[in-house]
Design a binder for this molecule. Structure first.
Ligand code: UDP
Ligand code: MG
Length: 317
């Protein structure tokens, strides 16, 4: 280690987490106090909260200036909020963590130990998700299974955004310029020497989850389309298989008509074939639409987030 004191940035996205602000600080500060040979900054991103989250964060910053606040102009979503926090972090390592204490701050010390031992990325893996509803556990398991089939990029299972990243990793991450950011994918894409620690996922300290089934579905679609073109290409093969089956069937009905004669009934099979092929075409157009929509949004080159104001860290105003 160099003579200079190392700085570690803790990055926390807050969206309507008013009831968690003090709980979070109370959970985190004693843990940081034990790590006496490291300086910390806590980059709190207020992701357009409509409750008293911002006021409470500002109060926290007045008490303890290590808590810096990045105030976004509206709700941009967790991926954008994380991006904002990571962009503003100045530490030699960065640790994104949820505001609801579901990611235990106790893991920060072992993470830092692994980092000092040479790891560039320290992942935190949930060994037990039993606090999540069964629906979420199943859908998450399926997501990883399908995702890792579809994409060359292998996402480590049961690993969220909670992790430690060295400055080199952060700089690599910042060099990825896409505006729509699936952070789990981007984190995995940059690579680097990785060590994994296990932990038990906890209950939310307070408040409720911000991710509905629909939001999670969209995140999953974003994840797949960001890192795989398999859904685009698969239609070639589905179409080929359909054409082959149709050719075989065509030979069969033509031969049968020649041998047995004209067979008029066939209403059911015609209708089924038309509806089935029609639906298949709509689905494939929909998949095209997902990708084209993303190309369109990306081509506008809008920023991922807009900062209204920063509090603390000598860049007040
Ligand atoms: N979050 C955010 N913007 C959003 C939604 C969530 O910054 O639009 C934050 C939220 O405040 C929390 C973290 O992302 O700190 C994880 O959210 P949550 O606990 O609701 O997700 P879950 O743990 O249920 O997956
Ligand atoms: Mg949570």
């Amino acid at each position: 280690m160099s003579d200079l004191r190392k700085i570690v940035s803790i990055v926390v996205p807050f969206f309507n987490e008013g009831s968690n602000v003090e709980l979070f600080a109370q959970g985190l500060v004693p843990i940081l106090a034990e790590l006496t040979d490291i300086s910390f900054e806590i980059v709190c991103v207020d992701d357009g909260s409509t409750d008293d989250t911002l006021a409470r964060l500002v109060a926290l910053n007045k008490k303890d200036p290590r808590f810096r606040i990045i105030e976004l102009s509206r709700n941009f979503g967790k991926e954008a909020a994380l991006t904002a926090g990571i962009d503003h972090a100045r530490g030699d390592a960065v640790i994104p963590i949820d505001a609801d204490l579901q990611d235990p701050p106790e893991l920060i010390a072992p993470m830092i130990a692994a980092w000092r031992a040479g790891a560039e990325v320290v992942l935190a893996r949930r060994v037990d998700r039993s606090v999540d509803p069964p629906m979420k556990q199943h859908s998450a398991a399926w997501f990883y299974r399908i995702y890792n089939r579809l994409s060359h990029l292998k996402l480590p299972e049961n690993v969220g955004d909670f992790r430690l990243m060295d400055r080199v990793v952060v700089e690599a991450l910042k060099s990825l310029t896409e505006q729509q950011r699936f952070m789990k994918g981007l984190f995995a894409w940059v690579g680097f020497r990785t060590v994994t620690l296990d932990y038990q996922r906890r209950q939310r300290a307070s408040g409720t989850t911000k991710f509905s089934g629909w939001k999670l579905w969209n995140l999953a679609v974003e994840g797949v389309t960001s890192f795989s073109t398999v859904p685009l290409k698969v239609w070639t093969y589905i179409g080929l298989a359909g054409a082959l089956a149709t050719a075989a069937y065509a030979i069969f009905i033509v031969a049968r008509t020649l041998i047995i004669g004209v067979d008029v009934p066939g209403y059911a099979s015609l209708l089924v074939a038309i509806l089935f092929i029609g639906s298949l075409q709509l689905v494939s157009i929909g998949v095209l639409g997902e990708y084209i929509g993303r190309i369109y949004m990306e081509s506008k080159r809008r920023p991922t987030y807009i900062v209204r104001r920063r509090h603390g860290g000598n860049d007040e105003g």
